[in-house]
Design a protein around this ligand. Structure first.
Ligand code: GTP
Ligand code: MG
Length: 208
């Protein structure tokens, strides 16, 4: 897929105020500072589209971007920079949970995981909650440029094996770097495939 147009639409905290739910939507979520906003800029090839920062906690709202007039990309606030489950509880109790569980047109939630780290309980708990709520997700490993090829492969293998202790099947996953653009084409191809799936086509014929 070629990105011809990427525009910021709006920021808010309420599902009811989000743009019309008749286009396929993809949400990026993960720990603060994992690289969600950077990945949105990398995918759309526009460094200024989503606001990034080297300090955690930059994105505070639900931010909708309209891509090629055909689908939505959503930048969300991150959860717990500190590894406390209280922070996950807060985010799961607040507007993010409402958004994830009530927004009808979400086709896939991309859970971003920093490829450098050991599997973190907070991310596993978050994905477990998604599964329990029957919300479809895929994993995007970020910051691949910060690791050697060998180390990267080892970390990914470890992560997937950890997931297979809980899940029967490993999720779809992508290895990316916003610095080198690694993984961009794979992600766009995947989104294009989902945009053309029955789930997305049903959305387009619905009237909201
Ligand atoms: P919050 O909005 O605070 O939740 O953070 P975020 O997940 O949106 O992270 P953001 O995109 O703002 O990036 C955080 C920091 O990581 C910034 O300093 C980015 O430049 C850096 N960063 C993000 N992605 C990459 C990457 O792929 N490679 C490298 N080397 N740095 C990255
Ligand atoms: Mg952000």
């Amino acid at each position: 897929m070629i990105i011809k147009k990427a525009q910021f639409l709006m920021s808010n905290t309420e599902v009811a105020k989000c743009p019309s739910a008749n286009l396929p939507e993809y949400a990026f979520i993960g720990r603060s500072n994992v690289g969600k906003s950077s990945l949105i800029n990398m995918i759309t090839n526009n460094k200024k589209l989503a606001k990034t920062s080297n300090k955690p906690g930059k994105t505070q709202l639900i931010n909708h971007f309209l891509i090629n007039d055909e689908w939505y990309l959503v930048d969300l606030p991150g959860y717990g920079y500190a590894k406390t489950s209280r922070q996950l509880r807060n985010i799961w109790a607040g507007f993010i949970k409402k958004y994830l569980t009530q927004r009808e047109n979400i086709v896939c939630i991309f859970v971003l995981i920093d490829a450098r780290h050991e599997p973190q309980q907070i991310d596993l708990d978050f994905m477990y909650k998604l599964t329990m709520n029957q919300l479809p997700f895929s994993i995007v490993f970020t910051k691949a440029d910060k690791l050697s090829k060998t180390r990267l492969a080892k970390n990914i293998e470890k992560y997937i094996n950890k997931m297979l202790e809980i899940w029967d099947v490993a999720p779809e996953y992508f290895i990316t770097s916003s610095t080198t653009t690694q993984g961009r084409l794979e992600l766009l191809e995947y989104i294009e495939k989902l945009n053309n799936s029955d789930v997305s086509n049903d959305l387009k014929s619905k009237v909201y």
